[in-house]
Design a protein around this ligand. Structure first.
Ligand SMILES: NC(=O)c1ccc[n+]([C@@H]2O[C@H](COP(=O)([O-])OP(=O)(O)OC[C@H]3O[C@@H](n4cnc5c(N)ncnc54)[C@H](OP(=O)(O)O)[C@@H]3O)[C@@H](O)[C@H]2O)c1
Length: 311
């Protein structure tokens, strides 16, 4: 038996429950992972908060994990090749990652680079693949300056690092307390809040070529539309409501084009993390049974880095 967090209803954090489940043995093309860290992302609680289709209840929670292989299906290799019982791995995208063990498709399982802790490995891919796609859909190019909303967040920090590798200059927003984090990752920090447009203009007098929104506030969208001439060079991962009317792009892991792009990006991103070119700042880990406390911190909007549940 394993333990697993599920949402027994749609709503706030009180609908999350810890339950006992059987872990099925892996069939062909599957492996079983004993979870050492469950990565946490805002989507974990957001899709429970906004869900309506009751036929989906109870909802599994969590999209990425790291751990150790405990069983491998017949004639099965993991996505990075080979794979043996005892190997350290990471998996993305999975369903129900808040679990002590789970059986998942081997095509979504990769060897964990030695350099990464379990908490880092479990938090690498959702944020990094999103960040990579944001840069790609706005055609950000070497030598350009772009504006990034939420540069101190998990996705933001990954954008900063990946943009740096591509030679793209980033003016990145953060709270006063987290401006140093943006600077640390070679971004040009700017405080969000009233007067943001003027502060960005002062820091980028030749203008910004594109804007990437990892926050979703009206401020982020308004400032982006003011500073970027072509709305197709603005992308948001959090402000979906205004996109159709304003003409900017939105992307999300459930969209077929995003899923295809992000799946294809995984090997490259794991390789970057394995060389130390892409790091995953962990703010805090929580014991597995304290998922609700961890989700409370995450849903406050300022977790200060990635969080992980540790069985
Ligand atoms: N569509 C997708 O595919 C996709 C994928 C991943 C994430 N997302 C969404 O993208 C967003 C960011 O995800 P994440 O994992 O990076 O979250 P995170 O680590 O919690 O980061 C949140 C960011 O938002 C900033 N922020 C909070 N309140 C703000 C405000 N009022 N004004 C401006 N900035 C504010 C924070 O800055 P400070 O901490 O400095 O205050 C921080 O930089 C979430 O809404 C998430 O659901 C979407």
């Amino acid at each position: 038996m394993a333990q697993r967090w599920v949402a027994t209803d749609f709503g706030g954090l009180d609908v999350f429950r810890l339950v006992e489940v059987e872990v099925p043995p892996p069939g062909p093309g599957e492996v079983t992972i004993e979870v050492r860290a469950a990565g946490m992302n805002p989507a974990d609680y957001k899709h429970v908060a906004s869900g309506t289709d009751r036929s989906l209840l109870p909802v599994p929670v969590g999209y990425e994990v790291s751990g150790v292989l405990t069983a491998i299906g017949p004639d099965t290799e993991i996505a990075s090749g080979g794979g043996a019982v005892g190997d350290a791995v990471l998996a993305f995208r999975v369903s129900g990652g808040y679990a002590t063990a789970l059986t998942v498709p081997a095509k979504d399982v990769f060897a964990l680079p030695e350099r990464l802790s379990f908490a880092e490995g479990a938090n690498l891919l959702l944020a990094a693949a999103t960040a990579a796609e944001m840069l790609q859909v706005v055609d950000a190019a070497a030598g350009e300056t772009v504006l990034l909303h939420g540069a101190s967040g998990a996705v933001g920090v990954s954008v900063l690092q990946q943009a740096g590798l591509l030679g793209i200059r980033v003016v990145g927003t953060a709270s006063e307390e987290r401006l140093d984090e943006v600077r640390w990752f070679d971004g040009i920090p700017v405080r969000y809040g009233a007067g943001l447009t003027d502060r960005v203009r002062a820091l980028a007098p030749d203008g910004v070529a594109a804007a990437l929104d990892a926050v979703g506030t009206d401020e982020a969208i308004d400032v982006s539309l003011e500073l970027v001439d072509d709305p197709q060079r603005i992308v948001s991962i959090a402000a979906f409501g205004r996109a159709a009317a304003e003409g900017y792009q939105v992307i999300g892991g459930a969209m077929p084009a995003s899923k295809a792009y992000r799946d294809a990006a995984r090997v490259r991103l794991i390789t970057l993390a394995g060389t130390g070119a892409l790091v995953v700042p962990i703010a805090r880990t929580f014991p597995f049974d304290q998922a609700r406390r961890a989700l409370e911190l995450l849903s406050g909007g300022h977790p200060g880095g990635k969080l992980a549940l540790v069985p």
